[in-house]
Design a protein around this ligand. Structure first.
Ligand code: NAG
Ligand code: NAG
Ligand code: NAG
Ligand code: NAG
Ligand code: NAG
Length: 716
């Protein structure tokens, strides 16, 4: 103890003498740590977005590229004891992509042989602003017309590249944890249900959402530089509205970009610092913190119990973000919420050293198994018998939420007009009535979609869920396939902490993330389930879903004990629908350009000068971006003139540089691309020009790259 104190004092003295202040090191035990980041931006046009399940929300461009951020933690003495934690800028982790990632890891050979089912967590930030069509099960495929290989593969390839980068950066280092409150970062969007939880339980908490952000720092031992932070905080990534059609990582992806930019040039941080904003128990939270109002001219708040407006439906009820007046598809509100998230993370980061909790304890452990929730009998903590049910969605599911109303009335059987939705036309006659056992099991929930009893042409929803937890030192990570509500998350974390306390010397720190590994809709407390708002109606496995998840994690926590060497039985594997999934998504037929207009030629030049703060725009003769996703590259760029050379200073990673694609002649395959630069964001005075990078497909299928360059313009 004295020796380590002396060391700290000496280290601080040396650091002070060396100039830039090097923070106190985390002072915990040493682990192997690695971080990596890679591009997962799939097809950003002509593909339905994932999240809002709104048929009309089809991509028309890109605001900010999507990323996979990978964090590896390992035991320095045992290369088998490691885990990989992935944070993807997507709606959720999912079975299809997880199988793809695990297969690709296996193909990477011996260096990656320690990774598998038990220690790879595929988590999503729950962004509602990116391409879909990668889901494993049928129901969430319906609004995107099925499964799209390209969309799926972009996520798998980028996830793997991020893991490889993390693996290549593996080195000895330290971990420590700090927390900060996110001020006005979320509200409870289902307070009516939350209030059905017991009063004495509610009284234990200051708010109806968890405002705390938990931040883990990764610090390499070689020079005490920080290589990344991994954060957990609960807020729906639904700042971008359901009528936004530009792909982006929503508030969490944007917060990552903000913090990573903020860290570049920070003396304490490595050059390739990775910051991830992992999701937590966010299911009943909303970033639309001003509340939900009726956009029907009345200006009234939506009904507290049912979220309806004067016409009795939820269609006009919309949550208001902090900048809702901007009417810009949520862009300004998203920026504001992301700023709140990033500044909380920064506040925690600035407290690292003296007031953070070092991670100590000699091992890294993990477990995973599949579990069949269909009619599973188990015992509640009070000794009573309970059962989970095959997956089913209740009537309130169809209504959607105040973050975006549900537009498809499944009860009328017109979930997507069959003329407009070929997939729905094929599968709608396959809907079945719930079995009597199912109805009895689901209790308070009137079943609308009996997805856990529908297997034609393949499973509509998951009955098999991933049960998984990781531990490093006293830090425990629980992953949930279902989006976990505020109170449900509190109960789950508390139960895990109570069990972990039995075998840990230090007080356990438990975080929970969702939706991970597969998408199993929602998870409420039994009391909230009884209310059957959207979240309760989407709690798939019945009233006892939460207790089942808690039972399954807690009763397998022995696999995380310091001397654990066994793993649980793998359980029945989740069905793999990648090869049998239906798809009515048509590929690119061909690209054309009018006579005299080459691909990449400028249709509309920027003006010659602008004031800082203006929106600068140019239009190019375009081609379909689905011909080449340009992963790790860019569709558009801003170049600055320095002397007589042009340097690229902005690309697709930048929030303020927007790429828009539009078809102008369907038959001949003409299209145009707008490059829009919002210079009020982070631009500086100078001489600039735009570049556009495209790829055109000929009638014979040959794809040829081209580029376009605008005239230069002054920004002052
Ligand atoms: C997007 O939806 C919001 C909420 O309904 C609405 O206020 C806004 O006008 C819509 N924007 C566009 C461009 O349709
Ligand atoms: C690794 O092994 C060394 C030497 O046996 C031991 O001192 C150290 O505590 C171990 N560290 C961990 C994290 O297990
Ligand atoms: C899951 O459990 C149900 C009910 O016991 C059973 O009918 C079904 O075959 C099981 N599914 C798998 C994949 O084991
Ligand atoms: C979980 O349920 C099983 C089966 O009924 C029971 O034996 C066990 O005690 C329960 N575990 C916990 C942690 O509640
Ligand atoms: C019961 C409760 O915690 N209600 C809170 C719900 O959210 C609003 C907006 O943040 C708060 O004002 C309430 O106190």
């Amino acid at each position: 103890m004295l020796a380590s104190l002396l060391f700290l004092v000496l280290a601080a003295a040396v650091a002070a003498a060396a100039g830039p202040r090097i923070k106190t090191r985390a002072d915990g035990d040493k682990y192997l740590i690695g971080v990596g980041k890679a591009d997962i931006t799939g097809p950003v046009v002509e593909i339905g977005f994932a999240g809002y399940a709104d048929l009309a929300q089809k991509g028309t461009g890109l605001r900010q590229r999507l990323y996979s951020r990978a964090f590896i933690v390992g035991d320095i003495n045992n290369s088998d004891d490691r885990f990989v934690y992935l944070v993807l800028d997507v709606q959720s982790g999912d079975t299809a992509m997880r199988y793809g990632i695990l297969e690709a890891l296996e193909e990477l050979g011996d260096d990656y042989a320690m990774y598998g089912q038990h220690n790879v967590a595929v988590t999503g930030t729950h962004s509602h602003a990116g391409p879909g069509a990668w889901f494993n099960y049928l129901l969430p495929q319906i609004t995107t017309f099925g499964f799209d290989k390209q969309s799926y593969q972009a996520i798998v390839d980028g996830a793997i590249l991020s893991i490889q980068r993390a693996q290549e950066s593996l080195q000895e280092g330290y971990l420590d944890v700090a927390t900060a409150d996110v001020v006005n970062g979320a509200i409870n969007r289902s307070l009516f249900a939350y209030l059905n939880n017991p009063e004495d339980e509610r009284n234990r908490y200051a708010d109806s959402v968890d405002t705390k952000m938990t931040v883990m720092r990764f610090q390499r031992a070689s020079d005490n530089k920080d290589i990344g932070v991994l954060t957990w905080h609960a807020v729906h990534a639904t700042s971008m509205l359901g009528n936004n059609t530009h792909a982006a990582g929503d508030n969490k992806g944007l917060a990552s970009w903000m913090l990573e930019r903020d860290m570049s040039g920070n003396d304490n941080a490595a050059d390739d610092f990775v910051a991830a904003f992992s999701q937590a128990n966010h299911a009943d939270t909303s970033p639309n913190v001003l509340g939900a109002f009726c956009d029907d001219g009345s200006g009234m708040e939506c009904d507290f119990e049912r979220s309806t407006c004067a016409d009795g439906t939820v269609e006009a009820c919309h949550g208001r973000g902090p900048k809702f007046e901007a009417l810009d598809l949520g862009v300004s509100s998203c920026y504001e919420i992301a700023t709140r998230l990033a500044s909380a993370a920064k506040e925690a980061y600035d407290s690292f050293g003296p007031s953070s909790t070092p991670i100590v304890g000699s091992s890294v452990k993990s477990f995973h198994f599949f579990h069949n929730m269909s009619f599973w009998d188990f015992t509640l903590p009070d000794g009573k018998a309970a059962q989970t049910c095959p997956a089913a969605l209740g009537y309130s599911f169809a209504a959607g939420t105040s973050d975006w109303p549900g537009l498809f009335d499944f009860s009328q059987g017109d979930s997507g007009d069959p003329d407009a939705n070929p997939l729905w036309a094929v599968v709608k006659n396959l809907l079945r009535e719930p079995s009597p056992e199912q109805e009895a099991c689901q209790g308070e929930k009137p079943v609308l979609l009996d997805i856990g009893e529908m297997f034609t042409p393949y499973a509509w929803g998951p009955n098999i869920v991933d049960i998984q937890a990781f531990r490093v030192g006293q830090f425990v990570i629980v992953t949930s396939p279902s989006e976990v509500g505020t109170m449900a998350g509190r109960r789950w974390r508390e139960a895990v902490a109570a069990e972990a306390e039995q075998f840990l010397d230090e007080e356990p720190i438990v975080v929970l993330t969702s939706p991970a590994n597969t998408y199993a809709h929602y998870l409420t407390t039994p009391e909230e389930y009884d209310v059957q708002r959207y979240e309760g109606a989407s709690t798939l496995y019945g009233r006892h879903s939460l207790d089942a998840y808690i039972n399954l994690t807690v009763s397998n926590l022995q696999y995380l004990t310091p001397d654990a060497t066994e793993r649980p039985a793998p359980g029945p594997p989740a069905p793999d629908n990648r090869e049998r999934a239906l798809s009515f998504i048509t590929g690119v037929v061909t690209d054309g350009a009018p006579i005299g207009q080459a691909f990449g030629s400028v249709r509309s030049q920027p003006a010659s000068s602008y004031d800082l703060g203006d929106v600068v725009k140019a239009t190019f003769q375009g081609a379909n971006p689905r011909n080449n996703l340009r992963l790790e590259g860019t569709f558009v760029a801003v170049e600055r003139l320095d002397g007589d050379t042009w340097t690229q200073v902005r690309d697709d990673a930048d929030w303020f540089l927007v790429y828009t694609w539009r078809r102008t002649n369907f038959v001949l395959g003409y299209s145009e691309v707008d490059v829009t630069w919002e210079t009020g964001g982070n631009a500086e005075p100078g001489t600039y020009r735009f570049k556009y990078y495209g790829d055109a497909k000929s009638l014979l299928g040959k794809i040829t790259a081209f580029q376009g360059t605008s005239k230069s313009f002054e920004l002052s």
